[in-house]
Design a protein around this ligand. Structure first.
Ligand SMILES: [Zn+2]
Ligand SMILES: [Zn+2]
Length: 194
């Protein structure tokens, strides 16, 4: 009889095995013996891991791999020590998928994929701390609160072009606001003229 495992651990094992993790690696990650891991692989009816695991199939979860690249610094912020693209974007690959450092940080905090671009909303340069990053809706909410606090929230229901504020208003870091619809139009116009 294998040692009884809680359903979360069994799920985790199944995920690791399907990702190509071998028994010894899986045992280490979830904290069970290698023989128990082997018994559960047979129970789950998942074939043994390939002898030469693909470099894409890291035994680490996304969060675990992310943490190997992030260094805590003073004030609860975190700095990136991982790969940086030529464009300057901090990004890494996990199970064949590329994640920016901040998009992964957002997933780690919220458990979901971000909507749009992820930025750090703190003032620590290059911060990637999960607690400091926001996606488009989160950033808009946060900056709107800030604008409200400092008394800058624009009272108008629409911009000069008539775009409704509840859908199109966005905020700069300093709490000033602009219309995202007009911003997009202006950017397209600039691009066409270039
Ligand atoms: Zn930060
Ligand atoms: Zn507008």
């Amino acid at each position: 009889m294998p040692r009884p495992l809680d359903p979360t651990t069994v799920d985790r094992l199944a995920t690791l095995y399907r990702a190509g993790t071998n028994d010894a690696q899986a045992a280490r990650i979830v904290g069970i013996s290698k023989s128990t891991a082997g018994v559960w692989r047979r129970r789950l009816a998942i074939d043994p891991a390939p002898k030469q695991p693909s470099p894409l199939l890291s035994p680490l979860t996304l969060a675990e791999k992310w943490r190997t690249f992030a260094r805590p610094v003073e004030g609860g912020h975190m700095e990136w020590t991982g790969p940086v693209r030529e464009s300057g974007t901090m990004a890494f690959t996990h199970h064949g998928r590329e994640y920016t450092a901040r998009a992964a940080a957002f997933r780690i905090r919220t458990g979901r994929a971000p909507a749009g671009r992820v930025t750090a909303e703190c003032d620590h340069p290059g911060c990637v701390a999960p607690a400091c990053v926001e996606d488009d809706p989160g950033r808009t909410r946060l900056r709107a609160q800030y604008a409200d606090v400092i008394g800058l929230a624009a009272p108008a229901a629409a911009c000069a072009e008539g775009h409704p504020s509840d859908r199109h208003r966005r905020f700069n870091r300093d709490g000033t606001s602009y219309c995202a619809a007009c911003h997009t139009t202006a950017a397209a116009r600039r691009k066409a003229a270039a």
